[in-house]
Design a protein around this ligand. Structure first.
Ligand code: HEC
Ligand code: HEC
Ligand code: HEC
Ligand code: HEC
Length: 336
């Protein structure tokens, strides 16, 4: 009996894996069972949700599927319904389990960047009991609260590497078929300061006025952003199978990012940066070199992550001349 149950179970699992056209969990960036949704965050982060609603990240939910460009891409990909096919769900939508079914509930949401919230939403906002406010929280509790939030997967601003990694994992558009066959853009002209300090900016909790990130912080954004660009471009090339638009765009991206890092290296004296340039200079950015490219990307990831955690930007005035000015920020800043 038990044996039969297991065999049936496996058959069901196999048939779901092979024949289902429903989105498969592996294509989603977040576990739908753990996604809380923007409204849950909005119970406390009201202003932030208001700011978010004005972004392309939010509006894509209703606007993208209606555009002619989207229909054209979907047709070339053989996709009938944009909101039920995993290829678009990966980057344009947040999927949650509602009444036992996976459903896109919004565009790119709070949790797309700060991670699915069910296991940390209560922890991160509890100062040590119902009646205790932020100003009365004992220091040991704060340390414990942050530690437990991090352990539950929350991506907080102090973890700049992981927070920014999200951007690159979508904005490099690492999907060969989507680009070559679908005709989707081959990655954004992404720069971390320009793209975080415009419409995406939401510094609305610790102050009310949505001020831009400090200069030190922007120095870190600038350098960590270029490291991530290189890492994700190499991952992108690793997945390429034909020398067409996708592979060429990813290779160009890697080359450009490395050139930027070499330029930064001239004005900034830093061990991790030098290591990254060394790793990238040794690997061949070509087709059919997957394991070496992935291994280089993994090593760069480690160095970039150490770099992001170790410095606060005060060490790197050398990049100030390269930091983009506010007129280059992407989109309209909420509140300005
Ligand atoms: C019950 C109220 C409440 C809810 C619901 C809530 N938050 Fe928070 N959040 C807070 C409080 C309070 C803080 C400030 C914590 C502190 O001072 O360290 C905070 C801080 C944060 C921070 C900054 C943490 C840091 O290290 O500075 C982020 C990011 C965040 N919340 C994201 C979210 C997201 C995403 C959701 C929804 C999944 C959410 N929050 C839901 C109350 C809440
Ligand atoms: C790997 C991530 C990724 C996937 C998968 C993806 N997109 Fe995109 N898409 C992006 C990014 C990033 C942009 C923004 C490009 C920019 O502004 O630089 C974008 C922009 C677009 C745009 C132009 C902006 C707009 O909303 O009109 C359309 C249309 C679009 N995508 C359609 C689709 C369709 C249809 C699918 C599924 C077949 C899809 N995308 C899958 C990442 C992705
Ligand atoms: C596109 C990615 C992205 C999305 C979407 C996003 N965040 Fe953030 N969030 C960030 C980044 C990056 C920072 C850090 C900014 C910095 O350090 O200058 C941040 C910082 C924060 C902070 C701390 C800064 C402050 O003073 O308030 C809170 C709280 C927060 N986010 C909550 C939210 C909530 C709630 C939502 C959804 C309504 C949301 N975020 C959506 C990327 C995102
Ligand atoms: C889950 C995938 C995903 C993540 C994570 C993500 N983005 Fe996006 N982003 C998109 C897509 C898709 C679009 C295009 C939406 C549209 O216009 O339909 C977009 C659009 C944008 C735009 C508007 C671009 C324009 O054409 O005006 C900005 C700015 C932006 N993203 C910044 C960021 C930043 C900064 C981060 C990281 C902190 C980030 N994004 C993380 C998928 C993502």
């Amino acid at each position: 009996m038990l044996g039969k149950y297991f065999i049936n179970g496996w058959l069901i699992v196999l048939s779901v894996l092979c024949f289902s056209s429903a989105p498969q969990a592996s294509d989603l960036r977040l576990d739908p069972n753990k996604v809380k949704g923007v409204d849950a965050c909005g119970e406390c982060h009201k202003e932030t949700v208001k700011a978010w609603k004005q972004t392309h990240h939010s509006k894509t939910f209703s606007e993208m599927p209606r555009s002619d460009e989207a229909r054209e891409i979907a047709d070339k990909m053989g996709i009938k319904r944009i909101k039920s096919e995993s290829d678009c769900l990966t980057c344009h939508f947040t999927v949650a389990t509602k009444k036992g079914k996976e459903k896109p509930i919004s565009g790119i949401s709070c949790e797309s960047c700060h991670s699915a919230g069910s296991e940390w939403i209560d922890v991160h906002s509890d100062f040590g009991g119902k009646d205790i406010k932020a100003e009365n929280e004992v220091p040991e509790h704060k340390v414990k609260r942050y530690k437990e939030s991090d352990a539950a997967g929350m991506i907080r601003p102090n973890n700049l590497y992981s927070l920014a990694e999200n951007c690159y994992s979508c904005h490099t558009v690492p999907n060969e078929k989507l680009v070559n066959v679908g005709g989707h853009t081959a990655g954004s002209k992404f720069e971390l300061i320009r793209w975080t300090q415009g419409e995406v900016r939401h510094n609305l909790w610790y102050s009310d006025d949505n001020t831009e990130a400090s200069k030190n912080r922007r120095r870190m954004f600038y350098i960590v952003g270029k490291m991530l660009d290189l890492e994700y471009a190499l991952r992108g090339v690793a997945k390429a199978t034909v020398k067409e638009k996708y592979a060429l765009a990813m290779a160009k991206r890697a080359k450009r990012a490395l050139a930027f890092l070499k330029k930064i290296d001239k004005s900034v004296n830093n061990g991790e940066l030098t290591n990254i340039i060394g790793i990238a200079s040794k690997v061949k950015v070509t087709l059919n070199n997957e394991s070496a490219l992935v291994s280089a990307a993994d090593k760069i990831s480690k160095q970039a992550s150490v770099f992001a955690g170790k410095y606060d930007g005060s060490e790197f005035p050398g990049v100030d001349g390269a930091l983009p000015s506010p007129d280059k920020y992407k989109g309209k800043v909420f509140g300005e």
